[in-house]
Design a protein around this ligand. Structure first.
Ligand code: FAD
Length: 564
């Protein structure tokens, strides 16, 4: 082939990972580069809803049809990433004719629906407000974006793909009217396995380049002197410490902020807002958005008014609309995806951009662009991604029987199995003791070690693979234990840097929810870090006047004896 790789995919979100998997399975040589971790962009900052399409059934029927088709496929191929929660569009008496419009739209898009009375809706989801008068039940579900991306990347690698995280494209290489590759800079993220190459530049030539950089697609295209008019739109979300609902709850109204609550593992996620921003890297994270989420959603689920919020976060939608449409309100911009063939569109060969869409439609987006790349390269193949289960989702029926073998008691066993799917045996069948390291999320040492094997020393990459540090304590108790698992494979500076990055990332989401129990937890985490690791830089600790032994052995008896 004469170039370093056949296809170079830029972006390690759901789209890029899906493209790498699809093309690698078709036998092409694929390299994926991502400037941070996998899921570093929007994919790691989304709501966790596997759309039934119900949300788009009235205003965006094409998206609705794509969503229900992919919803069915993902339940089959990604069972260990999906939780069958079901969803409700609830009417508190203010939906009017929109309720019937929603119903008709769902039916037209092929989305199965059941109309429920208020009482029936509350039987399904007891947390619903007493004034809910009726509801439409749809097959919404919850999906774990981290597990999904990692599983795609894992399958791509198993089929020969090279996946490079902490590798940023800094230039797109052109020869005349053809893109021939990219220049990348290897960063020194804690998970980067290229410490020796930190900051180094590399040219990677490719037969074809796929721009799957989501909201950054415009910036990336500009490196090739091309224009892609992405319309980034930020959305805020907040996470409760317990699972306030077991069903996805949507307000049945035309559009607006703060209208959906999604159960996610041990938590529930409130969302969202829709505010157009200029720069996907630089936007305000505003407290009013979190207040609004709690105020509006507690009308549907009253318990939210007193719920403990453990963190809040923001993501940026990679919305796109073809030139000329000029939709004013970002909530009206279509959620469809677009394949921009730069040869057709701009007269520049060798590169295409895939932008827009949803996480729910990532597989379809990947299939479309993989078909396009294969046509360009003259490769006659077709996708297998709709039929072939992702790693972890094979043999779902065999899972139950396996769990007793590992000496894990429920609910730890249940949680491990949910996360690992059919990889449970491979990961948990260890000879050494296997204690729980993260108690909030029930993550054992074996699971952490498996993630470290896959992700290197980047504890945020370990976090997205296992959920360790994502529960109530937000790393206050378990972050140290996670860091300890890196030793002795990694040296002390690497372990410290990894712990710092993990704690910083945890703090980023906590700092907007500092009231009530969330504030107490943050204060406790601070005190724990200060007292046990001198993270507050207390000079008294540095000069030796703090007795660290006391923390390890308990308070000493006056006679110098052991633990009291
Ligand atoms: C608030 C919010 C809630 C959402 N909720 C849902 C939901 O519940 N269900 C659903 O289906 N969809 C949801 N979405 C939409 C969904 O998250 C996105 O459509 C999807 O994750 C986009 O994936 P992507 O791979 O295209 O982009 P991204 O995930 O952003 O991936 C692009 C990647 O490219 C990388 N990158 C950028 N520049 C470079 C460079 N120069 N070099 C190397 N790498 C680079 C970035 O770091 C990033 O990781 C939501 C979106 C938002 C914002």
């Amino acid at each position: 082939m004469g170039r370093d790789t056949e296809v170079l995919v830029i972006g390690g979100g759901s789209t890029g990972c899906g493209v790498a998997r699809d093309l690698a399975r078709r036998g092409l040589a694929v390299t994926l580069v991502e400037r941070g971790n996998l899921t570093h962009g929007t994919t790691g900052r989304m709501h966790g809803l596997l759309h039934s399409g119900g949300r788009y059934a009235v205003a965006d029927r094409t998206s609705a049809r794509e969503c229900i088709a992919e919803n069915r496929i993902l339940r089959e191929i990604a069972g260990h990433c999906v939780e069958e929660t079901g969803g409700l569009f609830v009417d508190r008496g203010d939906a009017g004719g929109y309720f019937e419009e929603k119903l008709a739209g769902c039916r037209d898009a092929g989305i199965p629906t059941t109309v429920l009375s208020g009482r029936e809706a509350r039987e399904r989801e007891p947390a619903l407000a007493a004034d809910v008068e009726r509801a439409i039940a749809v097959p919404d579900a919850a999906i774990d974006p981290f597990r999904l991306c990692v599983a795609n990347a894992r399958d791509a690698t198993a089929h020969g793909a090279r996946i490079e995280t902490w590798t940023e494209v800094v230039d797109v290489l052109r020869e005349g009217e053809e893109v021939i590759g990219v220049e990348v800079r290897h960063e020194s993220g804690p998970g980067s396995r290229v410490h020796g190459r930190s900051g180094s530049l590399e040219r990677i030539t490719a037969e074809y380049v796929v721009n799957a950089t989501g909201p950054w697609a415009g910036q990336l295209a500009a490196m090739a002197d091309l224009e892609v008019g992405v319309r980034p739109s930020k959305g805020a979300m907040a996470i409760t410490n317990v699972r306030e609902v077991d069903t996805v709850v949507n307000a049945c109204r035309p559009k607006g902020d703060a209208d959906i609550l999604v159960p996610h593992e041990t938590t529930a996620i409130l969302g969202t807002t829709d505010v157009e921003v200029d720069d996907p890297d630089d936007y305000p994270e505003e407290g009013w958005e979190i207040d609004l989420l709690i105020e509006e959603l507690s009308k549907l689920v009253p318990a939210l008014a007193d719920a403990r919020i453990i963190r809040s976060f923001w993501g940026v939608r990679p919305l796109y609309e073809p030139p000329g449409r000029g939709t004013e309100d970002p909530t009206d911009v279509t959620r469809q995806f677009f394949l921009l063939d730069h040869a057709d569109r701009d007269g520049v060969d060798g590169m295409a951009t895939i932008v827009g869409g949803k996480l729910t439609t990532y597989r379809l987006m990947a299939e479309r662009i993989a078909d396009h790349v294969c046509a360009e390269l003259g490769v006659d193949t077709s996708a297998s991604t709709a039929e072939e289960p992702l790693p972890g989702s094979e043999e779902p029926a065999a899972l139950e029987a396996e769990m007793d073998r590992f000496g894990l008691r429920s609910p730890v066993a249940r949680r491990s199995r949910q996360r690992l799917g059919s990889r449970s045996r491979e990961v948990l069948d260890v000879d050494d003791p296997n204690p729980v390291v993260c108690e909030c999320e029930a993550v054992t040492r074996a699971e952490l070690r498996d993630a470290i094997e896959d992700a290197g020393s980047d504890l945020n990459a370990v976090r997205i693979r296992t959920r360790a540090s994502m529960g109530n304590c937000q790393g206050g108790f378990c972050a140290r234990g996670m860091a300890a698992e890196l030793h002795p494979r990694y040296d002390e500076p690497t372990v410290r840097a990894a712990l710092d990055e993990l704690l910083e990332e945890r703090w980023r989401g906590q700092r907007h929810a500092l009231w009530g129990m969330g504030l107490s937890q943050a204060a406790l985490n601070y005190a724990l870090g200060a007292a046990t690791m001198n993270r507050d830089g207390d000079p008294a600790a540095a000069d030796g006047s703090i007795e660290f032994d006391d923390f390890d052995a308990g308070q000493r008896r006056p006679d110098g004896g052991g633990r009291q």
